[in-house]
Design a protein around this ligand. Structure first.
Ligand SMILES: Cc1cc2nc3c(=O)[nH]c(=O)nc-3n(C[C@H](O)[C@H](O)[C@H](O)COP(=O)(O)OP(=O)(O)OC[C@H]3O[C@@H](n4cnc5c(N)ncnc54)[C@H](O)[C@@H]3O)c2cc1C
Length: 419
């Protein structure tokens, strides 16, 4: 089977592929999305749904490699590096280590902040103007500490950087935090509130993006597994999938953590690794937190919605190994139990794992390929794909149309990796 020719073929129906589709449709392009499963079935499904300009600083900073190496001995550590390194993972780790310096830290922070802030604003507009029913809540996110020592360290490192960038952080005493969040057990040492952050329900957000894409005339091909490419010397002339061959003027590769696997067929070596995370979704406990919380010592994120409740997080580098990991799920439960009066809902709805698409410099890869004349990349959003989704879509639409973009596109350019 062969489809009609579209203006833009988007590879991958996660939050990034769908956000690109939506903004391209709004700009007047005809768009088709190829997705191997159903829209939003990848990393975009069971994530924590926080929208966090406060997460502009990357993980890569001096000292981080020591933390990663020590984690080898603790299979339930929030950040875990599996010691059985293959060649690709070792190369990625060495590249990541090279970015663990203050100069790259500040450059990555600036690049991430620009797209996070733009996206935060656009998301509120999208929710309002496109009537996205996704439990979008603008109540900020709250970091909760049970030890004053960790709060002090975070204030010195994290808060100082954010405040120097103009991001508001409110320092709260233990009593203030407990008064704001009665779901917490007594004994809170303090908290840091990021009032500009927000949250949403990811599966609803994805369903609503898909709805708008279809309403605006886009086509989503579910169950279309991309298997290969047809090319001439400079262009991609066709995409082969389990549902036939598709052609388009332009191709956007938005395959999340799977991006390097398919890009390899085009001769592109994307410096990315899957950063595996887990979540547990329950029905909502009677005493659920009012806003999204990060329980800092165990590094567990807690998000509540009207009909649901999720514990999530952990970052594991173990390559493309699929499946759940019991010790890491148990660590989420233990972490929540130490902080919350009702740490779990009465009914466990879903145990989930997902692969964050982690680039070696923790800055997304967005823009035109230097190798293929009609290929654009929109990938490597790491821990922040939901937060960066709207601005990625807007940027991609501007880049494809050749019109000025709302944010400077150069920090995200694939050309920095020779792609
Ligand atoms: C535990 C956890 C918590 C997180 N919490 C947050 C959070 O609070 N806030 C935030 O902003 N981000 C969060 N993230 C990160 C966020 O989930 C990701 O950055 C985001 O989902 C990436 O979106 P994507 O569209 O690039 O990738 P994906 O959603 O993975 O989409 C890629 C799509 O490509 C499809 N695909 C792959 N191969 C093929 C093929 N051969 N043919 C066709 N289709 C294919 C997949 O099926 C998939 O649907 C979290 C992630 C995890 C794991």
């Amino acid at each position: 089977m062969e489809s009609a020719r579209d203006d833009v073929l988007i590879l991958g129906g996660g939050v990034i592929g769908l956000a690109c589709a939506l903004y391209l449709l709004k700009a007047g392009a005809s768009v088709r999305v190829l997705e191997q499963g159903t829209p939003g079935c990848g990393s975009s499904h069971g994530n924590c749904g926080t929208i966090t300009p406060s997460h502009a600083p990357p993980l890569a900073m001096p000292g981080m490699i020591g933390v990663a190496l020590r984690s080898i001995f603790h299979a339930d550590a929030p950040l875990y590096l599996n010691p059985r390194l293959d060649g690709a993972r070792l190369r990625w780790l060495l590249g990541f280590a090279r970015h663990c310096n203050w100069r790259d830290f500040h450059a990555a922070t600036q690049a991430r902040l620009a797209i996070l802030q733009r996206s935060r604003r656009l998301l509120a507009e999208l929710v309002r103007d496109d009537r996205l029913d996704c439990e979008f809540a603008e109540q900020g996110t709250l970091l909760v500490y049970r030890t004053a020592r960790l709060q002090k360290i975070d204030e010195k490192k994290h808060t100082a950087v954010l405040e120097s960038l103009g991001i508001e952080v409110q320092r709260l005493s233990g009593e203030q935090v407990e008064a704001m969040e009665p779901a917490l057990k007594p004994g809170v040492a303090g908290g840091l509130l990021h009032p500009q952050d927000a949250s949403l329900r990811p599966d609803r957000y994805l369903a609503e993006l898909a709805r708008r894409v279809v309403e605006l005339g886009g086509v989503i091909e579910s169950g279309a597994r991309i298997e290969g490419f047809e090319t001439d010397r400079t262009r991609i002339t066709g995409v082969q999938s389990s549902r036939g061959r598709f052609r388009a003027e332009r191709v956007v590769l938005a395959l999340g953590a799977w991006s390097p696997l398919l890009a390899r067929q085009l001769g592109l070596q994307l410096p990315m690794q899957p950063g595996k995370g887990y979540s547990l979704t329950y029905n909502r406990p009677a005493l659920a937190p009012r806003r999204a919380l990060t329980l800092c010592e165990p590094s567990v994120c807690v998000t509540s919605w009207s009909g649901g409740y999720r514990l999530g997080s952990t970052m594991e580098f173990s390559g493309y190994r699929e499946g759940l990991n019991r010790p890491r799920l148990d660590a989420l439960r233990r972490g929540a139990a130490a902080f919350l009066r009702e740490p779990e809902g009465s009914e466990l709805v879903e145990e989930w794992w997902g692969w964050r698409p982690m680039s070696v410099d923790e800055v997304p890869i967005i823009g035109a390929s230097a190798r293929w004349a009609n290929l654009w990349l929109a990938t490597a959003h790491g821990m922040l794909g939901v937060s960066m989704s709207a601005a990625t879509g807007e940027l991609m639409a501007a880049l494809l149309a050749g019109t000025p973009s709302a944010i400077d596109a150069s920090p995200y350019a694939p050309a920095r990796f020779g792609l």
